[in-house]
Design a binder for this molecule. Structure first.
Ligand code: CA
Length: 581
């Protein structure tokens, strides 16, 4: 959402589970041969599915998400990414001009970040700066460019092997959308039932707390009509009890998928159908039914398209949004949801120097998610205080957070600027402070973002907080992100494998195995302030070589095998990644 949804996870303590070894998210690629060679030339993104390939034996269309598992996504706020024409507003041609920074499509080059996919925050016409209140689902926001600029972005991204998903706001429109204007014009309007109405205000408030109302008086009908809008009066909720609304959204989804987008990030998915006050505005059976129907429609038409839901809640509830994996591998509802509890756990672990929050949350994911689904871990997004601010700009903790995120199973999401340690703007309460222009270089006044006046001020951070200042600096945060993404691509285990968290006996030592086929990789992070030395017992039948192959080892990180166990030593704040076999 674009309005600063409060974090419902802060409401209660996380359930604690014992630190146990665990296995989850068995990779689809188990058994596939591994290669330590550099990844092959990325294929141009295939747009067509050969007839019949996507159908299972029973005729049910299956997802084709091989490309998703292990992929690294990058969240872009177009308004703040790069301005091509000097009006101070980031735009699609500006993004195209920087695609080579994100992934130049050539595995032999080493200066690009190397991400596999982009998530564009809303790019449809909207009166707001953030775009989460749409006025035309079929048109590109004019601030961002013309329709053919979007076609060019897709073509240029796909040429580099980068997929593109776009934000689709199903839950609500802008109150300025022609549908709502028509619906509000008269109780007899044929569009009236596209929104949710009552003659009175039942006094409901937002389910995440506070006193903000979710029913709003229609100004043109004072005292006579109230409409439902869970976020605010400028965002009236669509009425999914009216089948015509879902049919229209399916048509819009087809339109963009036919134009070439690779899927959607779906906003506020747990609020689609409200059924009463308080918590009855979340996670209703009708909401699940709408998502299942929408997903089935997308899967039948575009089985390679991915859907990522914003279900900002606990692990057990997120797990329900995958639906069933009995007939549809990966889930017959949303095939991905952002892992908010894991994001919070990584931050807690890195801030507190303790491994337990991450180990516990991964154990819950293993226990509660259906088998074989794809997790969507991340650190922060556009609704959260930026990582660098939460970690006080500490370069060691920033590196640790990245090193954890990019060695987890699933498809990790980065938020633009995170890779250079961009902090929030000063102050609080203004969501734009989390969404400030990208500093490409240190050159005043435009920082490589614009040659004009930026739409919102730059964050005044250190001279090292820009792409240019870090790109060619070994040991920079950007270099660490780049290195981790390349490792993920070069290792089947790191990219697509299962995870097994190890009981290290050391509270600050987070260690896990990633396995796929005959490849096993050990990942270890010392989160505390002191050096650690520990002996790790590796479960299963790993054939330990005496000197495991280091894939990434911070200075002082050491590992050797002795007597069937692993002796590890890590300085404080260090990460080590070794291929065991
Ligand atoms: Ca512009």
């Amino acid at each position: 959402m674009g309005t600063g949804t409060p974090n419902p996870l802060q409401a209660g303590p996380r359930r604690r589970a014992s630190l146990v070894a665990l296995v989850f998210l068995a990779g689809l690629a188990a058994g596939a041969c591994r290669s330590s060679a550099p990844p092959a030339e990325p294929p141009a993104v295939a747009r067509t599915v050969p007839e019949g390939l996507a159908r299972a034996a029973d005729g049910e269309v299956q997802w084709r998400h091989e490309w998703v598992r292990g992929a690294v996504f990058y969240e872009v706020f177009v308004r703040s990414f790069a301005d091509s024409d000097g009006d101070g507003i980031g735009d699609l041609p500006g993004l195209v001009a920087h695609l080579d920074d994100l992934n130049d499509g050539d595995p032999a080059t080493g200066r690009d970040l190397g991400v596999d996919a982009l998530w564009l925050m809303p790019v449809f016409a909207s009166p707001s700066y953030h775009g989460y209140d749409v006025t035309d689902y079929e048109a590109i926001e004019p601030d961002y460019g013309a329709e053919d600029d979007f076609e060019r972005l897709l073509a240029e991204a796909h040429r580099r092997g980068i997929r593109v998903i776009v934000d689709l706001v199903l839950n609500h429109t802008s109150s300025e959308h022609p549908w709502f204007r028509e619906a509000a014009s008269s109780p007899a309007s044929p569009r009236r039932d596209w929104y949710v109405w009552r003659p009175d205000d039942p006094g409901w408030t937002q389910p995440w707390g506070g006193t903000n109302p979710t029913w709003h008086p229609l100004p043109s009908s004072p005292g006579g009509a109230f409409y439902y809008g869970i976020f605010w009066g400028g965002m009236p909720d669509l009425n999914y009890r009216n089948p015509a609304v879902l049919t229209e959204m399916e048509r819009i989804a087809d339109l963009w998928l036919d134009r070439g987008v690779d899927g959607f990030r779906l906003d506020a998915t747990r609020h689609l159908v409200a059924d009463g006050p308080g918590a009855l505005q979340n996670d209703t059976p009708e909401t699940h039914a709408v998502l299942e129907a929408f997903a089935a429609h997308v899967r039948r038409r575009h089985p390679e398209a991915v859907l990522v839901g914003e279900n900002w809640t606990d692990t057990a509830t997120i797990a329900t949004y995958f639906g069933s994996t009995e007939r549809i591998a990966g889930g017959d509802e949303l095939p991905m949801s952002f892992d908010f509890p894991l994001a919070e756990a990584i931050l807690e672990a890195v801030k507190g120097g303790v491994a337990e929050p991450v180990a516990t949350t991964l154990a819950e994911v293993e226990r509660l998610y259906p088998p074989g689904v794809i997790d969507a871990p991340f650190l922060t997004n556009h609704d959260q205080v930026r990582l660098a601010t939460q970690l006080g700009g500490d370069p060691v903790r920033l590196r640790l957070a990245a090193s954890i995120l990019l060695t987890l199973p699933g498809a990790p999401f980065l938020y633009y600027g995170e890779e250079i340690g961009l902090p929030n703007g000063p102050g609080g309460g203004d969501d734009r402070l989390k969404r400030t222009p990208m500093p490409w270089n240190g050159e005043e006044p435009g920082h490589g973002f614009t040659r004009g006046k930026p739409w919102f001020p730059f964050v005044v951070a250190g001279p090292e907080v820009s792409v240019a200042a870090q790109r060619d600096v070994p040991g920079s945060l950007l270099a660490r992100y780049r290195e981790l993404i390349r490792l993920r691509h070069a290792s089947e285990a790191l990219g697509k494998g299962e995870i097994e968290v190890l009981d290290t006996g050391e509270p600050a030592l987070l260690a896990y195995l990633r396995r796929a086929g005959d490849e096993t990789v050990l990942v270890a992070h010392e989160l505390g302030a002191s050096p650690v030395a520990a002996t790790l017992t590796v479960p299963g039948t790993v054939l330990l070589t005496e000197s495991p192959e280091p894939l990434l080892a911070d200075p002082g990180a050491k590992l050797r095998a002795r007597d069937g166990a692993l002796e590890i030593a890590l300085p404080p704040g260090a990460t080590g990644i070794w291929r065991l076999q």
